[in-house]
Design a protein around this ligand. Structure first.
Ligand SMILES: [Zn+2]
Length: 454
């Protein structure tokens, strides 16, 4: 079934629809009645479903958290899992305004263009094309639109826990092509420790990082201490400044996604290692020693005894994402991702024990188990055929430390939207999607939905 002519003929409409969604700054906001993740994600969901209705697709909203459109009849259902919420714009946009949806130079710009509003709109037009061609699927086709992917998957977990129908097959266009047949298990957790400070050095401030899934590029501490402390720290990428009654210590790092922390440098770990050069005493000394010796700049959890790897997906990764010190308590938020053939039980107890020995208690924990589809599985086989027919290239399988909705919905894996060689601006400044890339995604989705649902 050739959906290309329909998709190409509706290019302008598709782009205008996407631009309208990009103009909604659907970052998680304050919960309100009827908008559990804030007003803007809810508004974006309403706009998206209105678009589906205009294209003749029936829609449903579940508890203002997640919605979907559906086409066709049948006992069973196949799904595309997309999300409409976005991460904050951040600084330094140079080529366009982040919530403009501006179309120029063969691209559409804006936060969400690629992650994940572009793929969502491509999926909608793919389904509209199939409908227009009179496709009669044997399974219903459902496009799911979540609104809380970036900040914890609470939407899709709600769906699963409240009777949301599980597809027999499906995909999440939220990483890249060809096919992501495995995702590492993810443990996002926070540990805290109260400090009873005695000695001549007192910690006043300690902070770094803004998200569990990014390695901190900057961290800062302030201590009340004797003025001579300023000359006691010597470390590269660390700056010490005298302040009234003490010192300020700042460390630089390199931000990187938690799935590849080895590409970054952890500013919090570096800061702790610098502070460990001071003659600290009591609980503060213990706590800083723990931070510098058990975590430091490590990215594989070596000092917790959880370094492990497999052939399919590589190393366990360890990312300390956020450190905060408030009301005399230090809290650390991390994201640990274990290989696809390993289990939670092989990693978590040792991590917990390590933090307990350091005087920390767990205050938050979310686990998403690893997923893996062997090459011979039906879903991998079907998507491989589609990919190879559409691109003329081999559908290479790859497992990753990235995380998509596929982790929380059985029988689904990540497929698209980046083609090999495409540059990703996901979560960065100047996010955009090439118009051609958007249309090729719509064509790929139409072909994939046809294959999965026929
Ligand atoms: Zn995404």
């Amino acid at each position: 079934m050739d959906c290309k002519p329909y998709i190409r003929a509706h290019q302008d409409e598709l782009l205008a629809s996407l631009a309208a969604l990009i103009r909604i700054p659907s970052i998680e906001g304050t919960p309100e009645p009827g908008a559990p993740y804030g007003r803007e994600p809810r508004r974006c969901l309403a706009e998206t479903l209105a678009l589906c209705e205009r294209l003749g697709l029936k829609t449903t909203v579940m508890d203002d958290r997640i919605g979907w459109c559906e086409y066709g009849e049948g006992e069973q259902m196949v799904a595309v899992l997309c999300h409409l919420d976005v991460v904050p714009a951040g600084e330094d946009w140079k080529l366009a305004e982040p919530f403009s949806g501006e179309i120029k130079d063969g691209r559409i710009y804006g936060r969400g263009a690629m992650d994940d509003k572009g793929p969502a709109v491509a999926a909608i037009y793919a389904l509209a094309a199939l409908k227009e061609k009179g496709f009669v699927p044997s399974h219903r086709i459902r496009l799911l639109f979540g609104t809380n992917e970036e900040t914890g998957f609470h939407d899709i977990l709600w769906y699963k826990e409240h009777g949301g129908e599980i597809p027999v097959m499906g995909f999440a266009p939220d990483i890249e092509y060809p096919i992501i047949n495995g995702e590492k298990g993810v443990m996002n957790c926070t540990f805290s420790r109260k400090l009873h400070q005695t000695g001549a050095f007192r910690l006043l401030r300690f902070e770094g990082g803004s998200a569990f899934n990014i390695s901190p590029a900057y961290a800062v501490a302030e201590l009340a201490c004797p003025p001579e402390a300023a000359s006691m720290i010597h470390a590269p990428k660390v700056t010490v400044t005298p302040i009234e009654g003490g010192i300020r210590v700042e460390a630089e790092g390199i931000a990187s996604h938690a799935s590849v922390p080895e590409l970054g440098e952890n500013a919090v770990g570096r800061l702790a290692m610098a502070l460990a050069q001071l003659p600290l005493e009591g609980e503060l000394a213990d706590c800083i020693a723990f931070l510098s010796e058990r975590i430091g700049m490590e990215t594989r959890g070596e000092s917790f005894g959880i370094a492990m790897r497999d052939e399919l997906s590589g190393d366990l990764t360890f990312n300390l994402g956020v450190a905060a010190f408030a009301e005399e308590a230090l809290s650390l938020t991390l994201s640990v991702r274990y290989p696809v053939s390993k289990t939670y039980d092989e990693a978590y107890p040792k991590l917990l024990r390590g933090f307990s020995l350091g005087g920390f208690t767990e205050t938050a924990m979310q686990h998403l188990a690893a997923i893996y589809f062997p090459p011979e599985s039906e879903l991998v086989q079907k998507l491989s055929r589609v990919y190879e027919a559409q691109t003329g290239q081999k559908a290479v399988l790859r497992a990753t430390g990235g995380s998509t909705y596929a982790k929380s919905i059985p029988n689904t894996l990540a497929f698209g939207p980046l083609f090999p060689g495409d540059i990703s601006h996901i979560h960065q400044q100047d996010e955009y999607m090439e118009i051609e890339q958007l249309l090729r995604n719509a064509e790929m989705f139409a072909a994939a939905l046809y294959e999965l649902a026929r």
